[in-house]
Design a binder for this molecule. Structure first.
Ligand code: NAP
Length: 245
């Protein structure tokens, strides 16, 4: 019960994996949420155990309220507490507005925005009783500036910023902090399918002239999770190499 516990949604790969490993190095036991990547979740569990921390694996579609409710029942029973929630699970279904199908809009909103709501609500129920907690929502610079072909994704990520600010105001009285991180373009499966000329154009608009790495996001999440950021809530931190300022 004395160990700190963090739940990372969409943890098996990319940014989620880097966050889970960084928090484990910081001394947290980790609940690994995955949707489809079971093998990668098992590999991550083993890496975390090698670091001397406990790791639980839980399959849940964050868009599904019942599955999320059951995941939090498991957390309450197995871990007894939750110190940190990282709402990282996310998808893209890019298309130009005039071609964007209803289901492409709905799926992205369901996973990215409703998923953030589902997990934040259940985490808040645990954290307000503890009178302590930190919730970190992975949004995107696209939620701030928009992007061609990403109306659905931009709406979901802007919505996450609304959840962040409102939940921060509601939960501050219980010493629960809620902040958002807006990654720029980070090298993961989500961005590897982009064509080279598009990526070259993106890099021209990044002050540091390179894409980010998952660890760049994980380091900021680590800061927001712990007591070093104890007087920060309701904030949005861009980790984007200087794309948006
Ligand atoms: P990624 O490599 O595609 O990983 C996405 C993760 O989300 C996977 O682990 C996946 O789990 C999980 N996931 C997807 N749908 C889920 C669902 N319904 N329920 C539970 N988990 C689900 O993407 P990434 O680049 O690491 O992105 C992580 C987060 O950062 C996302 O929210 C993304 O929008 C955000 N972001 C990324 C970038 C970037 O440039 N990469 C930029 C800005 C923001 P399974 O594999 O198990 O399905």
């Amino acid at each position: 019960m004395n160990n700190k516990v963090a739940l990372v949604t969409g943890a098996p790969k990319g940014i989620g994996q880097a966050i889970a490993l960084k928090l484990a190095k910081d001394g947290y036991d980790i609940v690994i949420n995955f949707h489809s990547s079971q093998d990668k979740a098992i590999q991550l569990q083993s890496l975390i155990q090698d670091l001397g921390q406990k790791a639980w694996i839980y399959q849940a579609n964050v868009a599904d309220g019942k599955e999320v409710e059951n995941m939090f029942k498991m957390i309450k029973e197995e871990c007894g507490k939750l110190d940190v929630l990282v709402n990282n699970a996310g998808i893209t279904k890019d298309n130009l507005l005039l071609r964007l199908k209803d289901e492409e809009f709905d799926q992205v909103i369901a996973t990215n925005l409703k998923g953030c709501f589902n997990c934040t609500k259940h985490a808040a129920k645990l954290m307000f009783k503890q009178k302590k907690g930190s919730i970190i929502n992975i949004s995107s610079v696209i939620g701030l500036i928009g992007n061609i072909g990403q109306v659905n994704y931009a709406a979901s990520k802007a919505g996450i910023l609304g959840i962040t600010k409102s939940a921060a105001k509601e939960l501050a009285r219980y010493n629960v902090r809620v902040n958002a991180v807006c990654p720029g373009f980070i090298e993961t499966d989500m961005t590897k399918s982009l064509d080279t000329s598009y990526v070259d154009d993106i890099i021209k608009n990044i002050a540091l002239q390179r894409l980010g790495k998952p660890e760049d996001i994980a380091n900021t999440v680590s800061f927001l999770a712990g007591d070093m950021s104890g007087y920060i809530t309701g904030q949005t931190i861009c980790v984007d190499g200087g794309m948006v300022f």
